[in-house]
Design a protein around this ligand. Structure first.
Ligand code: NAP
Length: 292
């Protein structure tokens, strides 16, 4: 039996369905596919050891394309092992004080989106060389070069890549050591502290500059992270001079170090949650605000 009403409706329905299929359906499907397949990219400085290496490991395991930079990739054994394990992790040479190296890498990555530009590299330096009366000024200048100007150089060089990511985020690792609110005796690490305090200031400043573009500038204190295996030093093992004090405090239970994998896992979660509203804030790895 023929039903004239459905006959009359069928072409309309068919047309509507076709329209939906042509416009909404495929577009929605493409978007869903895109968001499922778009691989995010992280560029990490100083990723051959410590916190940077752990960031490289965790972002690679999460499927990101990781551009793991270091001063000497040919001698970065653990990073090389990671690149054999993950196709999505590539090594690149980058000394954050070397303008030519920065420029060359920026040229290589031209027009490629960077979703996370992670300024991790830093120079702590020997504690002995950073007391009042014993300050090594060459070290102080180098710390300013690496810790303070390094992130600025890297950000200026890769800002178009961050913009191209829709935009991406810029995250720099600060330090409680560079916080006035955290300053307690003994007065040590003069120049490291000062270089980090200056970095905090620059990132805060930068966040204001980039806010109108929606670029989030994160500044995170990773906590007291055991990047040198101090918690595992046995009672009869030799203790590096620079860390003798810290090891004493660890053994006395006065301070507790966070494992790199735990600090980095928490920071990745925090980075993911950063929005333009908290851009430029100084945050602890657990998300709590840090005093400047
Ligand atoms: N660990 C902590 O408890 C702690 C606490 C507060 C803040 N932070 C911050 O967290 C970040 C990582 O700390 P970490 O403990 O992992 O440090 P780390 O173990 O001392 O490693 C520092 C990294 O920076 C690299 N680096 C040094 N100078 C460089 C340069 N000119 N160009 C490029 N890379 C350079 C080092 O490379 P080389 O191997 O070639 O020297 C190394 O990969 C730093 O920004 C640090 O200030 C750490």
């Amino acid at each position: 039996m023929h039903d004239r009403r459905t006959d009359g409706l069928t072409p309309w329905l068919a047309w509507l369905c076709a329209l939906a299929a042509l416009s909404l359906g495929p577009v929605a499907a493409v978007h869903a596919e895109e968001s499922a397949t778009v691989q995010r990219t992280a560029l990490i400085t100083g990723s051959n050891r410590g916190i940077g290496l752990e960031f490289a490991r965790q972002y690679a395991a999460a499927g990101w394309r990781v551009i793991a930079t270091s001063r000497n990739p040919s001698r970065a054994d653990e990073l090389q092992a990671l690149s054999r394990q993950y196709d999505n992790l590539e090594l690149a040479k980058l000394d954050v004080t070397n303008v030519d190296e920065i420029r060359n890498l920026a040229k290589l990555l031209k027009d490629q989106p960077i979703h996370l530009l992670l300024n991790n590299a830093a120079l702590l330096g020997s504690r002995d060389a950073q007391f009042f009366g014993k300050q090594d000024y060459e070290l102080a200048v180098m710390q300013y070069e690496v810790n303070t100007l390094g992130p600025m150089r890297v950000i200026e060089a890769f800002i178009d890549n961050v913009r191209a990511a829709g935009p991406g985020k810029i995250v720099t690792l600060g330090s409680a050591a560079g916080s006035n609110g955290y300053l307690r005796p003994p007065a040590d690490f003069y120049s490291y502290r000062a270089s980090k305090a200056a970095t905090h200031f620059l990132m805060h400043n930068l966040s204001m500059d980039l806010a109108s573009e929606g670029i989030v500038v994160g500044l995170i204190n990773p906590g007291l992270v055991d990047t040198r295996g101090l918690a595992d030093i046995g009672p009869d093992d030799p203790v590096p001079d620079d860390f003798a004090q810290i090891v004493k405090l660890i053994r006395a239970g006065v301070i507790e170090l966070t494992r790199p994998e735990d600090s980095v896992a928490a920071m990745i979660e925090l980075i993911d949650s950063l929005t333009i509203e908290n851009s430029g804030d100084f945050l602890n790895f657990d998300g709590n605000p840090m005093p400047w």
